[in-house]
Design a protein around this ligand. Structure first.
Ligand SMILES: Cc1ncc(COP(=O)(O)O)c(C=O)c1O
Length: 379
């Protein structure tokens, strides 16, 4: 009783600060500008048809973790295809991006090591660092001068790791990976790059390393998700054969967690192949993203835009972000209001994502609606 009252009070505090969150089931007729289904693959008819034909021969669950008896032919095939796609020796598929980051960071770091982490990295990276015994050093967002100062200052007898999002999930900007790699080589650091939002989108769809014309090497660990542009569920870590072998033996979130279902792996593999053979999907979203930026600018709305399908309207106050979201919803447009702790205090925003399913008309409707709503907002 007392505990429930405590929770109620906490919730009231969250509501008072305009930070209360609830889940939405979006009606079919709404235009969703918040999904990470960038390439429109989450209900791809080709994959659905293939799955219908195959389903009788697929187990619905994996039944155990991979080290017990849950490793399946579908996971093996998916790992091989991902390693080829990411041009690495090997790949490990795991349950989700959250499990990938938390498990990876904890598994490969020790108390002698130092982790250098961008201040705007995803929560799963932050939590992975919390689970690690290594020293944590935060550098300013995409600020390589600050990173270099810290690399110079922090001495260790262990290893150095630099961890960064490839495309930042709530900003949409891209890490300057070429310069980061130069720094990493100079200071003998291993890079972990989280390509959750880069996979399928930049570098011809292959992610951040390729966007900068670089090639993977054994000091780059590429992590990515299967749940965003690939339109399925799960995640992967690509790197050297030795790294993957080590993770199979030491990464707690994959050792002590049931393997993905063969059905899910089948969907991931099919969509990954479509992503590679249909580059027009990626080309369309990049064009539409620029179109949105220009249309908004013409109407006096300044969106942040960095050449990716994540654009933001930073409004600062939570109340204003909620007001805009709710008014858009009434017009059958969904743009989620992103508030702390997902983004820093004072930077609440509307995060707009572009999908292959959108049209120029959808974007015109969004921009016109935003203009009217902003004009009518009186604080
Ligand atoms: C940058 C980044 N990393 C990791 C994740 C976690 O991935 P998952 O949703 O598969 O747990 C997300 C989003 O969910 C993300 O945006």
């Amino acid at each position: 009783m007392e505990f429930n009252n405590f929770l109620k009070k906490q919730l009231n505090g969250i509501k008072d600060k305009n930070l209360y969150r609830k889940r939405y089931i979006l009606p079919a007729d709404i235009i969703d500008f918040s999904s990470n289904d960038y390439l429109g693959l989450k209900d791809n008819p080709e994959t659905k048809e293939k799955l219908c034909k195959k389903i009788k021969n697929l187990a619905l669950g994996s039944g155990a973790s991979t080290l017990i008896s849950g490793y399946t032919e579908t996971q093996k095939q998916l790992e091989e295809e991902l390693a080829k796609f990411k041009e690495t020796e090997s790949c490990l598929v795991v349950g989700s991006g959250y499990l990938a980051n938390t498990g990876l960071i904890q598994a490969i770091t020790s108390e002698k090591d130092i982790i250098f982490s961008d201040e705007l990295n995803h929560a799963s990276i932050i939590d992975g660092i919390r689970l690690s015994k290594a020293k944590r050093v935060i550098y300013k967002h995409n600020d390589l001068n600050d990173l270099e100062d810290k690399l110079k200052r922090e001495q260790t007898t262990g290893f150095r790791f630099i961890i960064t999002d490839g495309v930042f999930s709530m900003e949409g900007d891209i890490v300057p990976f070429d310069h980061l790699k130069t720094l990493a080589d100079r200071y003998n650091a291993v890079i972990i790059v989280d390509d959750a939002h880069a996979t399928g989108v930049i570098g011809e769809g292959k992610g951040t390393v390729f966007h900068f014309g670089l090639k993977p090497d054994e000091n780059i660990i590429q992590m990515g998700t299967l749940s965003k542009a690939i339109g399925s569920y799960g995640a992967f870590i690509c790197g050297s054969r030795t790294l993957i072998d080590y993770l199979i033996n030491r990464m707690r979130t994959q050792i002590f967690s049931t393997a993905l279902s063969p059905v899910q792996n089948f969907i991931s593999l099919s969509n990954l192949k479509i992503l590679q053979k249909e580059p027009f999907r990626r080309e369309k979203i990049l064009k539409l993203s620029e179109y949105l930026y220009r249309q908004a600018k013409e109407k006096g709305i300044n969106l942040t835009y960095y050449g990716t399908p994540i654009l933001t309207l930073i409004v600062g106050e939570e109340k204003k972000a909620l007001y805009i979201r709710d008014k858009l919803l009434k017009r059958k447009l969904f743009v989620q209001a992103i508030r702390p702790p997902t983004v820093p205090q004072g930077t609440s925003r509307l995060r707009i994502t572009i999908s292959y399913k959108h049209t120029e008309n959808d974007i015109n409707y969004l921009v016109n609606s935003l203009k009217e709503i902003l004009e009518n907002y009186d604080g």
